[in-house]
Design a protein around this ligand. Structure first.
Ligand code: ADP
Length: 337
């Protein structure tokens, strides 16, 4: 498994099915993110009382923190059907028009990676969100005509790994914006306890704590690691998973005791070994680790910054003394002393 696979929805059908089964189905089951949960709960309640479709919702935050899950919960709580699509799947405005015009009244449309939609589609979306109407262009050149098309009322739930990438006019059309934060270890323990119960796995409290600590603040990773630990326990004939079992199993899968995976470590090691600790530009760093800029920026960086291992400065990225210490490298400061 590569570092990217750990963050992204899995391609393995069994794993996807499991991910679906572990998804909380209501706001009450959704662990953590108190502010977003409370505010979103209010938006939905108000819509129910007014017997209207809910305002459009924008969710931002790193992968695996629960954006898709929340979109499903919005549909569930509104008793509405859900349609799922993503920015990269909408290349032409016509693709979007086809989706929008086939929605049923009240339907929830989940648009993942909304920042990767094409420009013409984005402009069509403005009008659809505001007036529930689109103009469809028929024909080409001088003979082209624009036909207005009425749409049913719908709720758009947009998700993005970076709200900053969205143009202002698009952002402004969402009635509610929620930013998802990395989860605290005790919240991940709750996620893990719930999942372990659902897959019928015995883990001690210290075992849960160990897996939570290595889960990079991310429920998707917590659930993946739980599965890896389950596999390990099965092979080793372990019935109740204790702290040392979890730690042995996860070290084997190259997840270190701070939860850093291979990509995280590569980013820090490149910074330190190839660029003297920085500052170095993001694109140079991405090339050095052989990853796309967006992956380094939206997948690796947010967690490294939160952990105080990487700094963003106007001149580029820098490794902090904590990064040197974690990777067992001598920092330049220590050298001089
Ligand atoms: P995103 O859309 O942000 O990438 P998902 O909503 O697909 O993330 O969440 C990934 C997995 O993590 C889901 O399968 C779900 O089981 C789990 N998960 C996410 N958020 C929570 C939460 N707050 N409580 C419990 N499980 C969660």
């Amino acid at each position: 498994m590569t570092e990217r696979d750990l963050m992204q929805p899995s391609a393995d059908p069994e794993e996807r099915a499991l991910e679906g089964a572990l998804r909380p189905k209501s706001l009450d089951d959704f662990v953590g993110q108190e502010r977003v949960r409370e505010q979103l709960g209010l938006v939905l309640k108000a819509a129910q009382l007014r017997e209207r479709t809910a305002d459009h919702v924008l969710l931002s935050g790193p992968p695996g923190l629960g954006k898709t899950t929340l979109a499903m919960i919005v549909a569930q709580e509104m008793g509405a059907p859900l349609r799922i699509t993503s920015g990269p799947a909408i290349q032409h405005a016509g693709d979007l028009a086809a989706i929008l015009s086939s929605l049923v009244p009240g339907e929830v449309l989940f648009l993942d990676e909304i920042h990767r939609m094409s420009r013409p589609a984005e402009e069509m979306l403005y009008m659809a969100m505001e007036d529930f109407r689109v103009d469809v262009i028929v024909g080409k050149g001088a003979g082209a005509t624009s036909i207005p098309l009425e749409l049913p009322q719908f709720t758009l739930v947009g998700a993005t790994t970076r709200a900053g990438l969205l143009p202002g006019p698009l952002r402004d059309r969402f009635g509610f914006t929620g930013h998802l934060e990395f989860y605290a270890d005790h919240e991940l323990e709750l996620v893990l306890r719930r999942s372990a119960m659902l897959i019928d796995l015995q883990v001690t409290s210290a075992g849960f704590a160990e897996i939570a600590r290595r889960s990079r603040g991310t429920p998707r990773i917590a659930n993946r690691l739980l599965r890896r630990v389950r596999d390990w326990a099965l092979v080793h004939g372990v019935v109740t998973i204790e702290e040392e079992h979890a730690s042995t199993a996860l070290t084997m899968y190259e997840v270190d005791e701070r939860g850093l995976d291979r990509l995280d470590r590569n980013v820090l090691l490149s910074l330190i070994d190839k660029f003297g600790g920085g500052p170095v530009g993001l694109s140079t760093l991405a090339i050095a680790v052989g990853e796309e800029i967006e992956t380094v920026e939206t997948v690796a960086e947010p967690y490294l910054v939160r952990e105080g291992l990487l700094g963003r400065t106007p001149r580029g990225r820098v490794a902090t003394p904590a990064a040197y210490a974690h990777l067992g490298r001598t920092s330049p400061g220590e050298d001089a002393g």
